[in-house]
Design a protein around this ligand. Structure first.
Ligand code: NI
Length: 142
């Protein structure tokens, strides 16, 4: 029996609208700092989220984690609440936060860490891609 830790990754895809806007700033400064993401009338992104979990393959299944279980967690905690939604207006757990990739990835981590743990696995990392060229990664640190 192997004690080796194996990392597995599932991709989750969703699209969502948002606007980056700091209410404490002038319109000029918002546009200067946030560029296109400050468009007053919203815009959308097609997101790719890569969720990596780690575990010792179960001797009975050979799985670190059953992908069906991971898929169901991502659907319930990430895709259903976010997909085709407005991150600023429709997602209670992003309320009061700038809807940057950085804030979104931490919020997603906080939502899925426990359910993954309950499935006997451990969340290792998240990678959230907002575009082909821009992405954020999070490993659960402070
Ligand atoms: Ni944007």
């Amino acid at each position: 029996m192997s004690n080796k830790i194996v990392y597995i990754t599932r991709r989750s895809r969703f699209n969502a609208a948002h606007k980056l806007w700091n209410e404490d700033w002038s319109s000029e400064k918002n546009h200067e700092v946030f560029g296109k993401c400050a468009n007053e009338n919203w815009h959308g992104h097609n997101f790719d989220l890569f969720v990596t979990v780690k575990g010792t393959p179960n001797p009975e299944t050979g799985y670190s984690m059953n992908f069906n279980a991971l898929k169901a967690i991502l659907k319930e905690y990430v895709e259903d609440p976010i997909d085709h939604k407005n991150l600023n207006l429709d997602v209670p757990w992003m309320e009061g936060q700038l809807t940057t990739m950085e804030n979104l990835i931490v919020a997603i981590w906080d939502r899925i860490k426990a359910p993954i743990k309950e499935s006997g696995c451990e969340l290792h990392s998240l990678k959230l891609c907002e575009s082909e060229n821009n992405f954020a990664e999070y490993f659960g640190g402070e």
